[in-house]
Design a protein. Structure first.
Length: 349
């Protein structure tokens, strides 16, 4: 009889908390000069010459992720990415993270190793140091909280509140793919439950699935804008869907907006999968969420500097607040822009 691989897994209690932290973090390197003291003391020590930026996110199993279709390594990677995205959205450089984990005894040492492999990959790719965290048990499920630390010169920091009427609204990359990737994964998970021998061919959906399972943060966009000598007047990252992020910029900046439906950047695979799922691709881009693209405003004079760049799309312009917040459809209808979280999109039958 073959060994049941489950039997070879190591219970968390076999290692104990201190050995576990050591075990999980031993391969992490420190690369940032600003990291003065890392894991192993009561607090990490970081010295930045300029402003320090801090951002935290908490991911809860069953609310923010489902381990039925989220591999643990990807989960670790994504937990870091969503936080780095917030630092880049301030036009800052991310330098350190801390990671806090609560998990039930259903998780093994090997499971946590997978999560930390993903965390380490993100640290290497984005050049951030893991400098601390906390580890504890939970009654049920897995929770991961990441805090990202960054640095920026005062005059470079871009807030949500700086947009002015007539400025252009710009977005990086394309939208809606992460949500459509999730729809494919959910569908395949249902099929798998009915017939576990069914091996689905997911290769036609590679891009949208990758956008859901392995999103990237747009570290390159603040760097690109600096090179182009464009300083955004306001900026936010797209975690909850384009419409709600646009409304955040409008409300913080006290301006209105005209968004043009035909300008919203969509990957061909988003368009084809929306057709397959009978969803409207504009609705998905507006409400889908988890795209982690950057949304920002620029002065009209800066338009020539960005217009040829394939990473950036001008999707509208800001107006005075009293004009309101609207989307202009392809049929040239003007419709009020409303915030709808991704959870409010009707589920597919
Ligand atoms: P304390 O009792 O002071 O909270 P801990 O025993 O929780 O200390 O942590 C010891 C060291 O290990 C600290 O430097 C802490 O930042 C780090 N650490 C604890 N848990 C994690 C984790 N999940 N990931 C990374 N570092 C961690
Ligand atoms: Mg602790």
């Amino acid at each position: 009889m073959q060994d049941n691989p489950k039997n070879s897994k190591t219970k968390l209690t076999e290692l104990g908390e201190f050995k576990l932290i050591d075990h999980l973090t031993t391969n992490f390197n420190i690369t940032q000069a600003s990291t003065k003291l890392s894991i192993g003391d009561d607090a990490a020590v970081v010295r930045h010459q300029d402003n320090t930026l801090i951002s935290t996110d908490l991911l809860v199993e069953g609310v923010h992720f489902d381990l039925a279709y989220m591999p643990l390594k990807h989960l670790g990677y994504k937990a870091v990415i969503v936080n780095l995205s917030d630092i880049y959205a301030m036009n800052a450089e991310a330098t350190q993270i801390t990671v806090s984990i609560a998990c039930s005894n259903r998780f093994t040492v090997e499971a946590l190793e997978e999560i930390y492999a993903g965390i380490q990959k993100a640290c290497e790719i984005y050049n951030v140091d893991l400098v601390g965290g906390d580890t504890t048990s939970s009654v049920k499920g897995l929770q991961i909280s990441v805090t990202a630390i960054g640095v920026a010169e005062e005059e470079n920091i871009v807030k949500r509140s700086g947009a002015k009427p007539n400025e252009l609204l710009v977005v990086s990359g394309d939208l809606g793919a992460a949500y459509m990737g999730l729809q494919v994964l959910k569908r395949e998970n249902e099929v798998f439950k009915v017939n576990p021998n069914n091996q689905p061919d997911l290769s036609p959906y590679a891009y949208i699935i990758e956008r859901q399972l392995k999103p990237e943060a747009r570290k390159d966009i603040p760097e690109l804008l600096e090179k182009l000598e464009v300083k955004p007047t306001s900026m936010i990252d797209i975690s909850d869907g384009l419409s709600s992020e646009i409304l955040h910029l409008c409300n913080s900046s006290k301006v209105g907006v005209k968004l043009f439906e035909e300008k919203i950047p969509l990957d061909p695979m988003v368009i084809s999968s929306c057709e397959e799922f009978e969803l409207d691709s504009t609705t998905i881009a507006l409400s889908g969420g988890e795209d982690y693209e950057l949304l920002f405003t620029i002065k009209q004079d800066d338009f020539p500097k960005i217009k040829a760049n394939p990473n950036l799309s001008v999707i509208g312009h800001m107006t005075s607040e009293d004009v309101g917040k609207h989307i202009i459809t392809r049929a040239e209808q003007q419709i009020p822009l409303v915030a709808r979280g991704w959870s409010s999109i009707p589920e597919q039958e």
